[in-house]
Design a protein around this ligand. Structure first.
Ligand code: URA
Length: 210
């Protein structure tokens, strides 16, 4: 079982993250780094997947060889920045099923409102990995996880690049059963809900928008 919070301190992850934080890093470099870092984070978030064995034959003899147990993983991207993490992870886990959750923040209530939801079937039998680069207030992440639970998911993990203490606390309160894997826990959120020191708006930086 993964701990509630895993910070991936591997030197490659930390070095790439520093390059991503740097404000002068170009969109092309940011994207490439995100792709590379997502492979390394995917390695960590899948570390304790249930395993079984399968009878195979090597050129020398039969053996019971380890394989991942159960149905194909479900990767759930929180739109739109989640897609940046998703691409890299799919390179590592090409057979994964993919879902998308779109949420926006209601300007009056500040609560997340769903505008898109399309997820793989049989979520109850799959390990679900929710991906969103920035765990900020945690409101949309907690809402996305709740939507997955409402659709049957029972085994959920949350993968992000950066987390704010506020977001971690929110997720822990709402979903204590969902382990979080991140490359860094930053200092705090500012008044606009940005993670500080952070890296700015992850969606804008990966897609070159403003
Ligand atoms: N989303 C972002 O893209 N950046 C933040 O700092 C917080 C939320």
């Amino acid at each position: 079982m993964l701990d509630h919070l895993t910070v991936v301190t591997h030197p490659l992850v930390q070095h790439k993250l520093t390059l991503m934080r740097e404000k002068d890093t170009s969109t092309a470099s940011f994207r490439q780094l995100l792709r590379e870092i997502s492979l390394l984070l995917a390695y960590e978030v899948t570390r304790e997947l249930p395993m079984t064995t399968q009878r195979i034959e090597t050129p020398l003899e039969p053996m019971d060889a380890p394989v991942i147990e159960g149905k194909k993983l479900a990767l759930i991207s929180i739109l739109r920045a989640g897609n940046g993490l998703l691409d890299g992870i799919l390179e590592l886990i090409p057979a994964a099923r993919v879902g998308f959750v779109g949420l926006y923040r209601d300007p009056e209530s500040l609560q997340p409102v769903q505008y898109y939801f399309k997820v793989p079937t049989q979520l109850e039998d799959r390990v679900c990995i929710v991906v969103d680069p920035m765990l900020a207030t945690g409101n949309s992440s907690a809402a996305a996880v709740q939507l997955l639970k409402d659709n049957g998911a029972r085994n959920i993990r949350f993968l992000c690049l950066l987390a704010a203490p506020e977001g971690i606390a929110r997720m822990k309160e709402a979903h204590p059963d969902v382990p979080i894997v991140t490359a860094s826990v930053d200092s705090h959120l500012n008044d606009h809900g940005y993670i500080v020191p952070g890296l700015g708006d992850a969606g804008d930086r990966m897609f070159g928008t403003k």
